[in-house]
Design a protein around this ligand. Structure first.
Ligand code: 5RP
Length: 219
């Protein structure tokens, strides 16, 4: 079974968590795009969605789903998003699509953070297969890069990418993230860093993994 099929399986399985009249938090990326396609079948049953990126917002609108601002809601029952890596503690690296800041904001509104991935995203140690994205205020790019080098990483500027918030992304290679909670806090404290792609302080509550043997749900 190919990776896209496994993504579709995870996305389809996430529909069982969507209940009538909900406002659904929706992340971004290719797995989430599969979820948005599937969610279209429930467009007339849900109240709407809060989207973590402009790209997801457009796709939700195409499915006839009303999109609310994060400012319009005080909480969400569920938030559904993908990940670039996920460890056994349901902590993640995210931001491959440069939407990490809005993803962290919308995820923090949710009672149940549901991570949908294909099995290739499972790792024991975060940072082992995917560089860590860090969203940075443009004027601070060089000084943040130097700080990341001092912390043992090898940052690479994702040129030609500007986030939905008008910032830049540094992808940090060679970080062995043995203590994700501490590393997330430490990077958040670097002046000029808007968000880092470690999602450990607010890890997922539910993980749905698309595998060659079907979708597996871990609560
Ligand atoms: C975007 C993200 C995505 O969830 C992550 O990159 C996974 O993407 P995909 O589902 O395409 O593999 O964090 O910022």
């Amino acid at each position: 079974m190919d990776q896209l099929e496994m993504k579709k399986q995870a996305a389809q399985a996430a529909l069982q968590f969507v209940k009538p009249d909900m406002i659904v938090g929706v992340g971004s990326g290719s797995t989430v795009n599969c979820f948005i396609d599937a969610l279209g079948s429930m467009a007339d049953q849900i109240k709407g969605a809060v989207a973590a990126s402009k790209a997801s917002e457009e796709l939700l609108c195409k499915q006839g789903i009303e999109v609310f601002s994060a400012n319009d809601v005080s909480s969400l029952d569920i938030y559904v998003d993908g990940a670039d890596e996920i460890n056994p503690q349901k902590m993640m690296i995210k931001g491959g699509g440069a939407a990490l800041t809005r993803e962290k904001i919308v995820a923090s509104l949710a009672k149940n953070f549901i991570c949908i991935v294909d099995s290739s995203k499972q790792v024991d140690v975060l940072g082992s297969t995917f560089p860590l994205p860090v969203e940075v205020i443009p004027m601070a790019r060089s000084q943040v890069a130097r700080k990341l080098v001092a912390l043992g990483g090898s940052p690479e500027w994702r040129e030609n990418v500007i986030t939905d918030n008008g910032n830049v992304i540094l992808d940090v290679h060679n970080f062995n993230i043995l203590n994700p909670v501490e590393m997330e806090k430490e990077l958040n404290n670097v002046a000029g860093v808007v968000t880092n792609g470690i999602f450990a302080l607010n890890a997922a509550n539910t993980v749905i993994i698309g595998t060659p043997d079907g979708a597996k749900i871990i609560k």
